[in-house]
Ligand binder design. Structure first.
Ligand code: CP
Ligand code: NVA
Length: 316
């Protein structure tokens, strides 16, 4: 069998976050995602990863990200190899740098989900093959591509939309959304308590991108910040690795829950609700909003697979 070619100018590149990707490049990968979604819904079978292998390293748990990488790569004829940190030497007995150099000799690409952004960066630096960040404490770049795909599907465009993130404004999702929204021209606001406001460093990184794309970044602990939002987005109050902070977070974030009243506070009847999932119902979002017609979380979850396939086709 002959492998099909997928032409892309991004072959060999890594995706560690969206900082060094231009808006045009992001939109190009988004176009690939729409293409593979269409192909998938038509039942087309392609073998674009035939003869290729990807190492899927997971230090943290996953349902969507692992399923997306593994099924998207496998159904295109590639061979994904799942490795949890119970299975491989990573950072303890063997340094990340050494692991990178070994995997670089055996695989076509690496996906890494873990704690330290530095580790995914080291894998990219020393493996010599494309590395894709499947979530770190700092960024979740594949997720936010699925998020903007869902927005584009729903609203037909991205520029000029307003997305408001409610809850833990310091976490990997808030940071990644700020980044991709400011790149592609989506106004981005954060409704979060001062203690969990996005840090200055990420705001400093995103501000010039927002200026260039004509997007506005607004951060506030006042409910009026959700006004005019086209989408309210939330994420768990306690991210993986922060379990000890649960009690404190639940107390602090209660007023930032996405509920019927908060949805109404946008003043728009057609505001949609998004969540990267998994969701803790009755904490960051009520069951009522989660199950409402405004909730697009299943489209968003499905889009994880199409966007991840598109990213792999583009890079690998
Ligand atoms: N949204 C997301 O990354 O889900 P998983 O943790 O299940 O991969
Ligand atoms: N902020 C969450 C995202 C899960 C997809 C976490 O890091 O656990």
């Amino acid at each position: 069998m002959k492998a099909e070619k997928f032409k892309s100018p991004f072959k060999g590149r890594s995706l560690l976050n969206w900082i060094d990707w231009t808006p045009e490049e992001i939109n190009q990968i988004l176009d690939y995602a729409f293409l593979v979604k269409k192909q998938s819904h038509k039942g087309e079978v392609h073998q674009r990863f035939l003869g290729k292998t990807i190492a899927l390293i997971f230090e943290k748990r996953s349902t969507r990200t692992r399923s997306s990488f593994e099924t998207a790569f496998g159904e295109e004829g590639g061979h994904p190899v799942f490795m949890s940190t119970d299975d491989i030497q990573l950072g303890e007995k063997e340094s990340v740098k050494d692991t990178a150099r070994v995997l670089g000799r055996m695989f076509s690409a690496i996906e890494f989900r873990g704690f330290k952004q530095k580790h995914v960066e080291e894998l990219a630096e020393y493996s010599g093959i494309p590395v894709i960040n499947g979530l770190t404490d700092d960024f979740h770049p594949t997720q936010v591509l699925a998020d903007i795909m869902t927005l584009k599907e729903h609203f037909g465009h991205l520029k000029g939309l307003t997305l408001c993130f409610c809850g833990d404004g310091r976490n990997n999702m808030a940071r990644s959304l700020m980044l991709i929204c400011s790149k592609v021209g989506i106004n981005f606001s954060v409704f979060a308590p001062k203690e969990l406001s996005p840090d200055e460093e990420i705001i400093k990184i995103c501000t010039p991108f927002a200026k260039q794309s004509d997007a506005k970044i607004t951060i506030s602990d006042e409910i009026s910040v959700v006004k005019n939002a086209d989408a309210l987005y939330t994420d768990v109050w306690v991210s993986m690795g922060e379990e000890a902070l649960k009690e404190e977070r639940v107390k602090l974030l209660q007023p930032y829950q996405v509920n019927k009243e908060l949805m109404a506070a946008t003043g728009k009847p057609d505001t949609i609700f998004l969540h990267c999932l998994p969701a803790v119902k009755e904490q960051e979002v009520t069951e009522e909003v989660f199950e409402s017609d405004a909730s697009k979380v299943w489209d968003e979850a499905e889009n994880r697979k199409h966007t991840i396939k598109a990213i792999m086709l583009a890079l690998v």
